[in-house]
Design a protein. Structure first.
Length: 368
């Protein structure tokens, strides 16, 4: 019995001595419950909207003030004409435009009926529907307050219009999202495992002292995954277009360039992970925990980033998938040109160079 107790003590000692085991046992559950608890929400907060006030009277200003005072919406800008609406949506910041009809206060006082149009960016249909419901609820609450002192009662009719996805097909959201997840996992995880396998088997040192330059060895290891990832991306786009009728409004050439850029970024991240992992199992755990959960939860694929706590919004900025989803939705659904996505493109390029630089420093590769 003493031997058995001693054996158990030894096993506990080995577990507590291994920092990685302790992180997996206690760190991952804590991190996951925090991520799932704060990131998974169907509520909206701090959604940026624009206002087109054709009436510009005291009644519309009171309504705008009430909407602005809520925690759900932030007034990003006011526009002057309806022709500006699509341009505002293409920039990607504004998710809805509130349009007040001309002579709103006159119609409300004389006809007892005012009209407000809610135009939403339906590239994310669930969020668009939620925004419309929230705005309608605020307007109804406002009119109930007015009707406490008004006889006969006032009414506000809410008209909804959806941009880019009038049928509210959820597949328009999931095709870009699934494409991003697959490219990230295939490129980053498979690359990290492939290089780590060479390190684990002891063949990486042999490759590095071969006639090939170290940078050629790394490029040779990742090049097949570039080719395979491009095939995956092509298959997803073809299925989305022909099976699910996913539109591609923008330039196919620009879409291809941005996709290749994201693949290279993911590959660079995979190389960086391989420098930190000593075994295939560690590389897989780092890839799954460090890539899959953030890509799904913090990229805006399923849950709106604006509704998350500020720390998670900040962390989401270092997730390459967030910027690629913005880019691919803008090109495919909005027909955006490079002038509207150049900032996101530069961020992806910067991340790629950072990952490559850190990997080179870790491997001590000297580029000629």
């Amino acid at each position: 019995m003493k031997r058995f107790i001693g054996f158990i003590k030894k096993e506990f000692y080995h577990i507590f001595r291994d920092k990685r085991s302790m992180f997996i046992l206690f760190g991952m559950p804590i991190a996951q419950i925090m991520l799932f608890g704060f990131a998974i929400t169907n509520e909206i907060n701090n959604v940026k909207i624009a206002i087109l006030d054709k009436s510009k009277d005291t009644e519309t200003q009171q309504i705008i003030q009430k909407i602005s005072n809520s925690s759900y919406f932030n007034i990003e800008q006011e526009i002057a004409t309806e022709s500006q609406i699509e341009a505002v949506f293409k920039k990607g910041k504004v998710k809805a435009v509130l349009v007040f009809e001309k002579d709103f206060i006159k119609n409300l006082q004389t006809l007892k009926n005012g009209k407000v149009q809610v135009i939403t960016d339906a590239t994310d249909p669930n969020m668009a529907n939620t925004i419309s419901n929230y705005i309608s609820s605020i307007l109804q609450n406002y009119i109930q307050e007015k009707n406490q002192i008004a006889k006969p009662i006032y009414q506000i009719q809410t008209q909804t219009q959806l941009f880019y996805n009038p049928a509210m097909k959820s597949v328009f959201t999931f095709v870009p999202g699934v494409m991003t997840v697959i490219l990230m996992l295939v490129s980053a995880m498979m690359t990290s495992i492939s290089i780590t396998r060479e390190k684990e088997l002891g063949t990486m040192e042999i490759l590095l002292v071969s006639p090939l330059k170290p940078i050629q060895v790394i490029i040779g290891k990742v090049f097949p995954y570039i080719f395979l990832s491009i095939i995956n991306a092509t298959i997803i786009l073809l299925l989305g277009f022909f099976v699910f009728e996913m539109p591609i409004e923008g330039s196919l050439f620009l879409l291809a360039i941005e996709t290749v850029l994201f693949i290279v970024c993911a590959l660079a991240l995979g190389i960086l992970i391989s420098t930190l992992a000593d075994s295939q199992q560690t590389a897989m755990m780092m890839s799954l925990f460090g890539l899959m959960l953030p890509v799904i939860l913090l990229s805006g694929f399923i849950f709106p980033i604006s509704s998350m706590p500020l720390p998670l919004q900040v962390i989401s900025n270092i997730i390459p998938a967030k910027w690629f989803i913005i880019i691919i939705k803008a090109i495919m659904l909005k027909g955006a040109s490079f002038t509207l996505i150049w900032k996101e493109t530069l961020i992806l390029i910067g991340m790629t160079l950072l990952y490559i630089g850190l990997s080179i420093k870790k491997y001590k590769i000297r580029l000629e």
